[in-house]
Design a protein around this ligand. Structure first.
Ligand code: PGA
Length: 254
């Protein structure tokens, strides 16, 4: 069985007072959620503050991005070792906003994933097609290529530390969630690809769905055989909504 992983991607939102307000509400709500992994990816400036707030809980923190270099003259960038120093257990790489707005290629994403693994941080590797690509019948092919290229630097014994996030670009921030069936079709395809690349370890890699996940949609998504978690943007800024997503089992029939 794969352990569910529910992750908040706060993107470029929140300040230090808001982190404390969030955690004060959120932590008691998820105190008994011991069968899932809970991850929060705040902006870099709030990692230290978040680490203090979640100390002593099972909640883990994540970077939203990383630079693949170890150190040096890369103004404005953050290295994997710096995320490790902040206590991050995960970092998101290859988010579609970074691919589209900052021109990041899958090759670059692969270097980031490799850098994270060198520091024992689990990369959350995002892949997903645009609406245009889906309408052209190319969704599976696009996701397959992104995944193959983004995982090129991952060795067999590192595979289980990786998390994959399928985030159809047309569902991100649009309120338009993929149906559980559409998501499962892609997740199933990703699963076969991971198994082909990593053998048994591929079956243990967790695959999150992301794109307008809400408390009302999370249960049906999580009921699909290859959906092992969610990467949540908008709804994760609200401690009550995100707690309901973490407690997805109790959202049945809501
Ligand atoms: P959303 O964002 O939940 O606001 O659609 C998801 C993401 O971009 O990770």
């Amino acid at each position: 069985m794969r352990r569910p992983i529910l992750a908040a991607n706060w993107k470029m939102n929140m300040n230090s007072a808001e982190v404390s307000a969030f955690t004060n509400q959120f932590i008691p709500l998820v105190a008994n959620a011991d069968e899932v992994d809970i991850v929060i990816a705040p902006p870099f400036t709030l990692l230290d503050r978040l680490a203090n707030e979640i100390a002593g809980t099972a909640i883990q923190s994540a970077g939203q991005n990383v630079n693949p270099e170890e150190s040096g003259a890369f103004t404005g960038e953050i290295a994997a070792g710096m995320l490790a120093d902040m206590g991050c257990a995960y970092a998101i790489v290859g988010h579609s906003e970074r691919r589209a707005l900052f021109g990041e290629s899958s090759e670059f994403v692969a270097r980031k994933a490799a850098a994270l693994l060198r520091h024992e941080i689990s990369p959350i590797v995002c892949v997903g097609e645009t609406l245009e690509q889906r309408d052209a019948g190319r969704a599976l092919e696009v996701v397959e290529t992104q995944l193959r290229e983004s995982l090129a630097g991952v060795s067999g014994d590192q595979a289980e530390q990786v998390v994959v996030a399928y985030e159809p670009v047309w569902a991100i921030g649009t309120g338009r969630t993929a149906t559980p069936e559409i998501a499962q079709e892609v997740h199933g395809h990703i699963r076969s690809q991971l198994s082909a690349q990593f053998g048994d370890a591929g079956n243990r890699i967790r695959i999150q769905y992301g794109g307008s996940v809400k408390p009302e949609t999370v249960y049906d998504l999580m009921s699909q055989p290859d959906i092992d978690g969610a990467l949540v943007g908008g709804a994760s800024l609200d401690p009550i909504a995100f707690s309901r997503i973490v407690l997805f089992q109790s959202q049945r029939n809501q």
